[in-house]
Design a protein around this ligand. Structure first.
Ligand SMILES: [Zn+2]
Length: 258
């Protein structure tokens, strides 16, 4: 069972719908596209959930995006693979993927949901996945190459879990060690990826403790613009990054296995 958001983003190549039957359901803040024969009632539920996710993310990221999300719900694994160009093994564990299609234009950001995998989860888990992916849309994460992966995924996890009712120690229960530094980009694929996501989540919790959610967003945007997280953190918080790392490691020690 999938019980947390294992999600990623990438700057992918344009994909068509490959001639599969499609249906489109508009929400208030979303458009949901079913590919391969998805029941309209299911698409309407996804649209309502996406609308809620957009509203939730907008409270933390109020500007510089359209507060709207396009979500693709494939009927099965075959449609997922064909639409995204990602292989079967990728979709064994990935709940959702946000792609920037047609170049680095945020107007072409699309969220692909692993509907077959999510079918066995609760709406609480699905809403976490949606808020995670909508956060990537709000920050145009797939179209910004300079942001460290831990910061992109940490913000998405933080806003994904915010308001979910899942306690932090449950959301980060796979943390088994207290590292010296934030996870490297390569840690977010393959073995250990779950722990990397959770350490990134804790990194953003530590930042919020220091500078609040607005400060976290300022740090994120400064880093996305410059690629220099250390300078961004110092500018927003007035403290050295070592202070943040110390708070982060202390947090990681409080979760199971940390
Ligand atoms: Zn992600």
């Amino acid at each position: 069972m999938l019980d947390r958001a294992l999600a990623a983003h990438d700057a992918g190549t344009p994909s068509g719908y490959h001639g599969a039957p499609i249906s489109v359901v508009p929400g208030r803040r979303s458009v949901v596209v079913g590919v391969g024969g998805v029941a309209r009632a299911e698409l309407r539920r996804w649209a309502a959930a996406t609308d809620a996710a957009v509203r939730a993310v907008r409270t933390a990221i109020p500007d510089r995006w359209y507060a709207h999300a396009t979500v693709v719900v494939p009927a099965g694994r075959a449609e997922l693979v064909a639409l995204t160009g990602r292989g079967h093994r990728t979709w064994d564990r990935l709940a959702g993927l946000t792609l920037a299609e047609g170049g680095a234009d945020r107007a072409a950001l699309r969220i692909y949901l692993n509907a077959p995998l999510l079918a066995s989860t609760t709406w609480q888990a699905r809403n976490i996945v949606l808020r995670h992916e909508v956060t990537h849309v709000a920050t145009a994460a797939p179209a910004t190459a300079t942001t460290p992966t831990w910061l992109e995924e940490g913000l998405a996890e933080y806003l994904g879990y915010r308001g979910s009712g899942v306690p932090l120690h449950v959301a980060t229960r796979d943390v088994t060690r207290v590292p010296r530094r934030f996870p490297a980009d390569g840690a977010f694929v393959g073995a250990g990826a779950t722990e990397a996501y959770e350490l990134a989540h804790l990194g953003c919790v530590a930042m919020v403790e220091g500078v609040g959610v607005r400060g976290l967003l300022q740090v994120y945007r400064r880093t996305a613009a410059s690629g220099d997280f250390t300078a961004a953190w110092r500018a927003v918080s007035g403290t050295a990054v070592g202070v943040l790392l110390g708070r982060w490691r202390a947090l990681a020690r409080t979760v199971p296995g940390g």
